[in-house]
Design a protein around this ligand. Structure first.
Ligand code: SF4
Length: 283
């Protein structure tokens, strides 16, 4: 039996997938499902954007946005999930046969992409594929063609209209801004807008998080205190905070927080912090 086509538009809420969705609807292209992965780690401004898009698209369609969630929330996987390490593996040696929680993602261990995004999405699509010929529209911009080489973007069922339309990341952002979507200014602060707590984001963006999102920063510190893996190879969250505070002090004193003198001063402050930790004084 020939399966009926089902057109699924992947929507992360970012500039590219927002431009993709809106342009598809404006052009009258078929969209049966708008699929959004709810990780629980979006900026509040992004959550507001998703709702704004949902209102906006009512002029074209009544299908709404389908939100899919991971089986368990981030905090469970981060702190509670039982991890078993293979005998003789480096992890086994370091952490024992089992330990709780994946901790922070690292460049080679992006467990959260899999648990929070890929798995729930694939599970949802697997069910649909039993009944339909699923055609997936993905918001890959024309200047991100290197991502086309990735295996999951090469699937025959995958379509990349932004590439076909020649819309670059800058074009996508402008397209959205022109229609009144501004993400509460997130794209003026961050180059990529994904999970606010991602340890893989650049230092410059963590600095913005520290200065402009104090509630999220507090949450980040709390999580960092509860897990075994350091936030980044070079800094824990508290150590980052020490650095950012020192930078502010130097700026206030008219000094540029860079170079050997700055890093010597930072080293000294981090040393004081380490000592306090060792004698249990740090709170
Ligand atoms: S953006 Fe960072 S925290 Fe979020 S899923 Fe990807 S690696 Fe994990």
């Amino acid at each position: 039996m020939v399966k009926k086509n089902l057109f699924v538009c992947s929507f992360s809420g970012g500039k590219d997938s927002t431009a993709l969705l809106i342009r598809m609807l404006e052009s009258g292209m078929p969209v049966d499902i708008i699929l959004f992965n709810e990780t629980g780690l979006d900026f509040p401004e992004m959550e507001a954007h998703i709702e704004k898009v949902e209102q906006y698209i009512k002029r074209y369609t009544d299908i709404g946005i389908t939100r899919i969630k991971p089986e368990k929330p981030f905090e469970y996987y981060f702190l509670e999930h039982e991890i078993h390490h293979r005998k003789n593996s480096a992890y086994n040696e370091k952490f024992g046969a089992t330990h709780k929680g994946y901790g922070w993602a690292g460049p080679k261990m992006r467990w959260c992409t899999n648990r929070l995004k890929t798995q729930p999405r694939e599970k949802f699509l697997r069910e649909l594929r039993k009944k339909y010929n699923v055609i997936e529209y993905v918001g890959l911009a024309a200047d991100e063609q290197y991502r086309l080489k990735r295996k999951n973007n090469q699937r025959e069922s995958c379509r990349h209209p932004l590439v076909k339309w020649g819309m670059t990341e800058t074009d996508c952002l402008k397209y959205c801004y022109d229609r009144g979507f501004d993400w509460g200014g997130l794209y003026e602060k961050f180059s990529r807008v994904s999970c606010w707590c991602c340890p893989l984001q650049p230092l410059s963006e963590l600095r913005i998080l520290y200065h402009e999102f104090p509630d999220l920063w507090e949450q980040l510190k709390q999580w960092d205190n509860q897990t075994f893996r350091k936030f980044r190879a070079d800094y824990s969250v508290v150590e980052l905070e020490i650095r950012f505070k020192l930078e502010d002090e130097w700026k206030a004193a008219g000094r540029i927080p860079k170079g050997k003198d700055f890093f010597n001063a930072l080293k000294e402050q981090l040393g004081v912090y380490d000592e306090k930790i060792n004698i249990g004084q740090f709170v």
